[in-house]
Design a protein around this ligand. Structure first.
Ligand code: PGA
Length: 239
């Protein structure tokens, strides 16, 4: 893993945007895997500020809650629209987000995998990391060869995300997520983490013994991972 440490959140967000810009310059029709969460907000804002043209890009979101209609203010569809898609020129038909309201989630997940494969696989997947080490919504215990599927959210994840909902019990119990196997097939992986709350899990991801208990340790297997941290998220790395 290649770890880069920046002075603050803005600097790491701008670096992530720069990495995307370099990729799109080399490969205008790049295929991306994109995250949601608080961490990537600065990255999306930096890409928008750059005015980067993404007119040939295809993008696949990592995950979506089960049961929230796309119009729900906490759906990842709404997140992507507000933070990114409204402001960039990725054609509508090139934006893929799992639909968590489909009556047959298995079929939805299978079609998603087929669409990623038909696009030629992902060139770059950008990830946040959960406090419990999840990537996408692959919670502790998830198999490393898992594909896109329906999963139960860990209680810790539901608690962490409760801040976005009116009441904690409104956080969905399930999600659809790309699998760790799907993520590991991307040519390059970028992980973003910021703030002291993430310092311990960042250390686990980078230096811990790999195991299914910490999904992000699967990334130690991937040959092209860049971890972008601010100083607080990197605070425990030298110990
Ligand atoms: P956060 O979420 O960026 O809101 O901390 C990260 C994640 O759960 O992947």
């Amino acid at each position: 893993m290649n770890v880069e440490i920046y002075a603050d959140y803005t600097a790491l967000s701008e670096r992530a945007a720069e990495i995307l810009a370099e990729l799109v310059q080399q490969k205008p029709n790049a295929v991306l895997g994109l995250p949601t969460g608080s961490t990537p907000e600065g990255f999306y804002a930096a890409v928008v500020r750059m005015g980067l043209s993404l007119s040939q890009v295809r993008s696949f979101n990592l995950d979506e809650y089960v049961g929230l209609p796309r119009t729900h203010d906490q759906s990842y569809y709404t997140f992507m629209d507000q933070h990114f898609y409204q402001h960039v020129d990725i054609p509508l038909e090139n934006r893929y987000i799992l639909d968590g309201t489909r009556p047959d989630p298995e079929e939805e997940c299978r079609r998603y995998e087929e669409a990623i494969a038909a696009a030629g696989g992902m060139d770059l997947v950008i990830l946040g990391i959960g406090l419990n080490g999840h990537i996408g919504f692959n919670e502790p215990g998830a198999a490393w060869d898992a594909r896109t599927r329906k999963v139960a959210l860990a209680e810790r994840t539901r608690q962490a995300n409760a801040r976005h909902f009116e009441r904690p019990e409104l956080v969905p119990e399930h999600a659809l997520t790309m699998g760790i196997g799907t993520i590991l097939e991307a040519k390059r992986v970028l992980v973003l983490a910021s703030g002291e709350a993430k310092a311990a899990i960042v250390r686990e991801m980078v230096k811990g013994v790999p195991g299914v208990g910490v999904p992000a340790t699967a990334l130690q297997r991937h040959p092209q991972v860049t971890v972008l941290l601010d100083k607080s998220a990197a605070a425990l790395l030298s110990r």
